[in-house]
Design a protein around this ligand. Structure first.
Ligand SMILES: [Mg+2]
Length: 226
C-alpha cells in the first residue's frame, strides 16, 4: 500500500478539499440558450461527495481492503472483497451517526447555485435518495435519508426552486439534466433530453458526451452561455 493508493480521484475533491476549480474551457459543449432554463440537478456526486464519503466511512471502519484500494464502481464491496451486507452495515452507520448526508457540499456549489438563479435559471434538485428500498442497500432508512436531505439543502443555503425524490428522472421535465449516474444519463438521452454527465469514478468506462468534470464547471458553462 502506498500513499498514492489512498488518494481519492481528482474529480472527488473531498479528501483533501480543492478550494479552487481548475479553469475548464467547455464552450464547445455549451447549449444554445434562448430563454431561462429549468435545470434538473442530481445531488449525490454532483453537488455532494457521496462516493468519497462512503469510501471514507469504509476506511474508518477498516472494512476489508478499504484501506488499500479505491473502488471505481457502484459495487464498492467487491473492491473491498467483503459481502454486500457488511458494506451495507457500514453505510447505514455512516447514514445514521456519520457524516454521509451531513458533510458539506462540494466546493463552490452554493456560489454557483446562486449565480445560476441570479442569471434567471431554475434549479430543481432531483434525487433518487432513499428510493433504493429492497435492493439490499440503505433498506430501512428511506425516511431518515429524505429528512436529512431536506435539512442538508436548507442548512447549507443551497438556492433552489424545488426538491424532488424520484428514481426515473425522465418523469421530471427539465430543459437540461446534470447527473453522474450512467443509468440516468442513458435513459434521459434515449428519451431525447439534454443531459450532461458529471465525472465520477464509477462512470469512467462509459463513453458519453457531453461530459463535464464537475457541477461547478457545468454551472460556469451555463452562466457564460447565458
Ligand atoms: Mg448521483
Amino acid at each position: 500500500m502506498t500513499a498514492a493508493m489512498l488518494e481519492p480521484p481528482a474529480q472527488h475533491p473531498e479528501l483533501p478539499v480543492l478550494l479552487e476549480e481548475p479553469e475548464y474551457d467547455l464552450s464547445h459543449l455549451a447549449p444554445n440558450i434562448t430563454r431561462p432554463l429549468a435545470l434538473a440537478v442530481d445531488i449525490d456526486d454532483v453537488i455532494h461527495p457521496w462516493y468519497a464519503l462512503a469510501h471514507k466511512a469504509c476506511v474508518a471502519a477498516n472494512l476489508g481492503k478499504a484501506r488499500s484500494v479505491m473502488p471505481t464502481s457502484w459495487t464498492m464491496h467487491e473492491a473491498y472483497e467483503v459481502p454486500l451486507d457488511e458494506w451495507v452495515k457500514v453505510i447505514n452507520e455512516a447514514t445514521l451517526g456519520g457524516d454521509l448526508y451531513t458533510a458539506p457540499p462540494l466546493p463552490n456549489v452554493g456560489y454557483w447555485l446562486d449565480l445560476l438563479r441570479e442569471v434567471g435559471h431554475e434549479v430543481h434538485f432531483v434525487t433518487a435518495r432513499g428510493l433504493h428500498q429492497g435492493e439490499g442497500v440503505i433498506g430501512d432508512l428511506r425516511d431518515i435519508i429524505r429528512k436529512k436531505t431536506v435539512d442538508y439543502v436548507f442548512e447549507n443555503d443551497l438556492a433552489h426552486d424545488s426538491l424532488t425524490f424520484l428514481k426515473d428522472k425522465r418523469r421530471f421535465l427539465a430543459d437540461i439534466y446534470v447527473d453522474d449516474g450512467v443509468h440516468n444519463i442513458k435513459a434521459l438521452s434515449e428519451a431525447g433530453r439534454v443531459a450532461y454527465l458529471v465525472d465520477a469514478p464509477h462512470n469512467q468506462r462509459f463513453d458519453y458526451a457531453p461530459r463535464v468534470p464537475s457541477f461547478a464547471a457545468f454551472a460556469k458553462m451555463i452562466v457564460e452561455a447565458t
